[in-house]
Design a protein around this ligand. Structure first.
Ligand SMILES: Nc1ncnc2c1ncn2[C@@H]1O[C@H](COP(=O)(O)OP(=O)(O)OP(=O)(O)O)[C@@H](O)[C@H]1O
Length: 626
């Protein structure tokens, strides 16, 4: 029978099957590495440097509050022993104003404590959130390509709060309860040390129960946090691709995916509620046992005349106050376990190091001439078996146009990412004006390269802000000039509020061609010596594609351009065309050279010609013969 009961209790308290979920290979978000609250605390403590002075006001209130509480209780004893029992109303004359005074003082203290502690916590969170955001934003592209964005967002906006609990509120609460414990224990011992000893007998029980339950709660919290991250990840992916979801009628499937994580979170929340629901009455049981034991002995002492009624009542009230901090201190372990389950997710983020950083003594460079050189570049994405680039070499002198062509997956975009130094090559070097990119400051490298990408990145903001993103501080005249050069001025003026029109998230209010011309204007205003065009006409119809050719040519004039394009017009113009296949350079030369060679490029060109003049300038990508 006892075994059955124990089994039922264990089942009831299991943390939502957390352990089995962790093995789940299909888990949306993997759990963060496990750490004990002590370890999490140790890791975060240095992080409070410069912010520790904020603990001082909290400490002050922790010291004063319990003293005022103790004085109130003492007055209560005096009322009973000096006024009620002897039927003498005179002591009221001083007790009443003193009591009122104490209530006013404790009210003021309570107000100051609430406001200060909220200020301290929120200020800490403000700066911590900023630091975590800055850290995450500084991580290399590789991190974002590996992670679920929704989970990262949930960590930055949600889990961060737990760190504050662990470091400030938790510590302040702990100190507050410790001081209360000291004050009440002192008063109790002063009053009756023998009864105090009896009252303390149950304290170890509190600790044992708290220790056991805090582990269980920590487990459930860890699972709950992980599920929250998964939930955000699924929501972000579904809502971010809502057009795809609706077009393919995948709402039902997405709902089930969301519901699986939703249910997981529900089970984890229920597990922690069950644990809490068993914990509270257990604590109360221990508390009442202690009070009853003291009451028994106290009544006997009262009958013997060794204790006054006021003394006994005060004693019982003090014990109630004593058990408060004891159970709160034990419960603090639970808070710490819960908070550290979330804090370890933040630590995992903070432990990520950018793969690409400034080398020690990285050189500053001003405006480069624009000489770009890939020299025997080999690169493999972390965690993949096949290299994305193998021994790739090409050179573009200032002002030249270098076109990268090849089938899908040949490595063209990878070369672009390496030129922007999103990744470093495993072997070989990429040089700007003869200097290895790794020897230059990262910001300087990117300062010298302007990009127009395949998927145009337009931010939620006005047209003006989107163009000026290329160069903060650009004047209105410069913005309009860039828009004119990008052939965007006309359509921008036709928008309801011209340059002040909000373009919607990801520029949804604009057509593909308009977005692309905005991106060209942004690259134009950046005025960098190297221009990187990653399929700037893909996704556009023939007319829109042709429409941006002129602005693109204007943009390319006088700059070194590396263009990844399937647009033959741009490719034909190129000083050199480099044909990539499976990460290797298979051919390179001018358009005419390569046609005469009758190799891979000529085949691409033939295939394009077969597609007919209806799609001018389109080299069919993904059609490289193997
Ligand atoms: N972030 C990544 N992690 C792992 N592998 C990747 C990553 N990005 C690309 N790859 C792989 O590297 C190879 C080259 O990809 P890349 O995107 O450079 O090709 P591409 O020529 O630009 O193709 P497309 O024209 O289709 O954009 C491919 O095999 C691809 O699967």
């Amino acid at each position: 029978m006892v075994r059955v009961l124990r089994h039922v209790l264990r089942e009831m308290l299991s943390a939502g099957g957390a352990a089995s979920e962790e093995q789940d290979p299909a888990a949306v978000v993997a759990p963060a590495p496990r750490l004990s609250p002590r370890e999490v605390f140790r890791r975060f403590w240095p992080y409070t440097r410069g912010r520790r002075r904020w603990l001082a006001p909290l400490l002050l209130f922790s010291l004063i509050g319990p003293v005022v509480d103790g004085a109130e209780l003492w007055l209560f004893k005096t009322v009973i022993d000096d006024a009620l029992v002897p039927h003498d109303p005179r002591p009221f004359l001083w007790i009443a104003p003193t009591y009122l005074g104490l209530i006013v003082v404790s009210g003021i203290l309570g107000f100051a404590d609430d406001v200060t502690s909220t200020w301290v916590s929120e200020r800490f969170l403000l700066s911590l959130r900023r630091d975590v955001f800055r850290h995450v934003q500084g991580l290399s592209l590789g991190f974002f390509e590996r992670r679920r964005l929704g989970d990262v967002l949930s960590r930055v906006t949600g889990d961060v709060d737990a760190v504050e609990t662990l470091l400030l509120s938790g510590v302040a609460d702990g100190l507050y309860h410790l001081v209360r414990l000291g004050v009440f224990l002192g008063l109790l011992c002063y009053l009756r040390w023998d009864l105090t000893l009896l009252a303390l007998v149950v304290v170890p029980l509190f600790w044992r129960v708290a220790r056991h339950f805090s582990r269980l709660i920590g487990e459930a919290s860890r699972e709950r946090r992980r599920r929250s991250g998964s939930l955000s990840a699924v929501a972000e992916e579904t809502l971010g691709n809502v057009a795809l979801v609706q077009a393919y009628n995948r709402q039902g499937w997405e709902e089930r995916r969301f519901e699986r994580e939703n249910l997981g979170r529900f089970h984890a929340a229920m597990a922690s509620a069950r644990i809490g629901a068993v914990y509270s009455p257990l604590v109360e049981l221990i508390e009442v046992s202690g009070i009853l034991a003291v009451l028994g002995l106290g009544t006997w002492k009262l009958a013997q005349g060794q204790l006054t009624l006021g003394g006994l009542l005060l004693f019982l009230a003090l014990i109630g106050k004593l058990y408060g901090p004891v159970s709160s201190l034990s419960g603090l372990a639970t808070t710490f376990y819960t908070a550290s389950a979330a804090a370890e997710r933040i630590l995992e983020l903070l432990d990520q190091r950018p793969q690409v950083t400034d080398a020690a003594g990285a050189r500053r460079t001003g405006r480069a001439r624009g000489d770009v050189d890939f020299d025997g570049v080999c690169f493999r994405y972390p965690g993949t078996a096949r290299p994305a680039l193998s021994d790739v070499s090409f050179h573009a002198a200032p002002g030249e146009i270098l076109a990268l062509v090849g089938a899908s997956g040949a490595g063209k975009s990878t070369a672009a990412k390496l030129l922007l130094r999103f990744y470093d090559p495993d072997r070989g070097a990429i040089r700007l004006d003869g200097t290895d990119l790794r020897e230059l400051r990262l910001t300087d490298v990117r300062e010298n390269v302007a990009v127009v990408l395949q998927e145009t990145l337009v931010l939620h903001g006005t047209v003006r802000e989107n163009i000026a993103y290329g160069r903060p501080g650009a004047t209105d005249a410069e913005i309009v000039a860039a828009a004119r050069a990008a052939d965007a001025h006309e359509f921008v003026q036709a928008l309801p509020e011209g340059y002040d029109t909000l373009v919607g998230q990801r520029g949804r209010m604009l057509s593909g061609g308009q977005r692309q011309r905005l991106a060209i204007a942004r690259a134009m205003i950046r005025d960098a010596p190297v221009l990187l065009l990653d399929e700037p006409t893909s996704g556009l119809d023939v007319e829109s594609g042709l429409r941006i050719m002129d602005p693109l040519r204007r943009l390319m004039a006088g700059r070194t351009t590396v263009v990844i394009s399937h647009n033959l017009l741009t490719v034909r113009d190129a000083t050199r065309i480099v044909v990539l296949d499976h990460g290797r350079v298979v051919e390179s030369g001018t358009h005419d050279d390569l046609l005469a060679r009758r190799g891979a490029y000529a085949r691409l060109h033939r295939l394009h010609a077969v597609r007919g003049p209806g799609r001018p300038g389109l080299v069919p990508r993904g059609a490289t013969p193997s």
